[in-house]
Design a protein around this ligand. Sequence first.
Ligand code: TRP
Ligand code: ZN
Length: 878
Amino acid sequence: MRTNTAPVIRLEDYTPPAYTVRHVNLDIDLHAEKTHVIAKLSVERMADIAVSEPLWLDGDELKLVSISVDGEKLSASDYTLDDTGISVSNLPATNEFQVEIETSLAPEANTKLMGLYLTNGVYCTQCEAQGFRRITFFPDRPDVLATYDVRLEGYKAQCPILLSNGNPGETGASKDGRHFAHWHDPHPKPSYLFAAVGGDLDVLNDSFTTASGMAVDLNIFVETGKAPMAAWAMDSLIRSMRWDEEKYGREYDLDVFNIVAVSDFNMGAMENKGLNVFNDKYVLADERTATDADFANIEAIIAHEYFHNWTGNRITCRDWFQLCLKEGLTVYRDQEFSADERSRAVQRIQQVRTLMAGQFSEDSGPLAHSVRPAAYKEINNFYTATVYQKGAEVVRMLAALVGPEAYRKATDLYFERHDGEAAVVEDWLAAFEDSAGIDLTQFKRWYAQAGTPRVTARGEYDADAKSYTLRLSQETAPTPGQDTKQPFVIPMRFGLMSGAGEPISASHESEAVTGGLIVLDEAEQIVTFIGLNERPVLSLLQGFSAPVRLDFDESDEDRLVRAAHDSDQYNRWEALSGFALKQLAAVAGNPKFDFDSRLIETLAATALDNSLEAAFRAAAITLPSEGDIARELEANIDPDAIYAARSELAKRVGGTLGETGFALALQLDESQKSSDPLQAAAERSLSTALWQLLVASEVKGATTAVVETHRASLNMTVRLSTLSTMLRSPVMADESAKAIENFLSEFTDEPLVIDKWFSVQAASPGEAGLKTFETLLNHPLYTLSNPNRARALLAPFAASNPTAFHRADGSGVALFADTIIELDRRNPQLAARLLSLMNDWRKLEPVRAEHAREALSKVAGSTGLSVDTQEIADRALA
Ligand code: TRP
Ligand code: ZN
């Protein structure tokens, strides 16, 4: 396999296809060792293309049986075949012709999980981004859109269910105990949206009537016996379909909508037209086996894939550089859906925490790239936090800049203009420019410039002039390949308060305002408010209205006013957690520094404040993670110092909560049994946060109470959070060892719960945590061949357990690197993704950084490495 010599693909080199495919007739004869595929392509030569121009068909690890054009078998001189595809020459002079290709492939040997593979006895496909070329030779690029007729054949006993995209057609028996099913998809689609499934699956069925009265049959196919566990996914699907009609005017467009849950899947889910394929982790749920976070993820991902039907499928991407066009927009859409279904403020807090943990670290390290990257070697490596999460933030900023009505008008125009097309980011922006009459030339920099802008804000009150002057500036550090940056358009929502926390009004640009939007679009800008009889407390970047780091020199006193009174719930959370973060970073940097008692008191008071919603209180008292603190420190990171600071703060807050907090936690554990599901989940999140603090400070009775709660509960959220609390407590080693053992025997037959069992232990800190990790790597239930299981151990270890992962002797990263090399031989896409978790190694203190560099170098230098993993390792080291 070729490694760092793999070619670089560039956006600027884009050329339209010379030939397109109008219709595909696909016949797939399913056999585990040798699946036979016949593809009949109706090919059309594009205008102005010479007859002599060859037809390029991508192919990857396929065996070509035969190829013919207009019924004539090609001879060896008519085409050239290499390990990336076929180039066909001597084509007919007519502009339209038929190409027929026979291939064979081995699904059971497909460990990459791209193309057609077997998972738990079920045939399934994954074609995004470039998996279709592993099923047949094809111009496998998203700007070639075709309608599809598919015939699937398989053994009736092994594959009673045969599914593909679109609407069902004829079915019938074939010889040797086999049967077949036809599917027709009338909507032209790129090959990456193709899907086929064959297996013995149970189904949960429901129906949906669209706003215009069309009945849609809804099916969720799952492993035998698990149909009841798809109920929440089905409920989420129905709510998503309604929401897209109401909020975007988008209706579904086929007679059936099918979802299949499989147990081996590289990512979360895939939006194949009319046939979404899901990682079963994001479909199956009941209270006994799934956590509240799982329920929320299922809701969000079901919505995400459903929303792709319009943003991604009806309007697709011209090339893979435009990935954010479908992903950023669809993430924004699913975020807004979740915000409408749940607490908007708490959703926003979680979104921002996710953004900062994944995207901000990506954006400040060697893997930084723009929302629309300009070049790649392996496209699978660009399904990143930047494309997805920052891509969503860019859409959110657009919505904020134009307002809700203009946003809806713009999206209506976008759908009207580009339905059935493969579009580019410019088309999306043009819909806004044309419908809202704005110029987005400068805004477009968000798509092209990488890096997180740092906004500095300095406010000054002039009592004589009764004015408040805010000096804003923005700066973005260089990122790989981009030395200088131009100013971004940064929408900053703000509010003004008095020192007592009351909203106050000022005159701004001759308008009376208590809040609004400042658009920072220059390197430096001055904003003045007049008519202020007192110094205002400014709440800036409300709702996190732009993906920037804000450096505002507000006093701790102002922060505390905002923590208690900010009219924006998100900023109220930010005031408090930002205060905690600042202090944690200070203590981690210098253990002589002591925590401000006001921080500890405010955290405890917030936990106990019944006037606030429980989920908000939970978010407020969940201390910043070790990763958050590391990001705040920026350089010379010592994970042990961070851990010590965080533990100390937990101890202090727990101590302040004391008996009252203890009583509240017990009461919450009781009341969960009655209230409505979202409220119960919110209460569980608060009790979890409380137990963590109370156990950390060894409040009397807390450890026994946690053990008791763990034992008595039948709810997975409670079981798992209490287990995690025990594992983090140095004084509960015996109890947690016993609980770990019992948990394993209780859930041996539930793979998704066993994954959690691995994950919760992979987060055990320190030297003991590393030992646990090593033991678990060799556990009989651990395997690298199931992505969920592989990730369950490797992801939490590398992403959120720095005291074990980055041991000062380098043993943690070395073990991780060896495992990645092994995983890469089976599943390069997964190996590369997991390796990218090491991207912030340069911020570590020198000894640990050197160990990380060695581990990465070992990966980079190992022979036979995939293009995927090679690209990540090389970029991480560059
Ligand atoms: N398009 C999918 C989504 O965001 C994700 C996806 C891309 C994917 N490539 C994949 C899923 C490969 C599985 C395997 O919804
Ligand atoms: Zn998506």
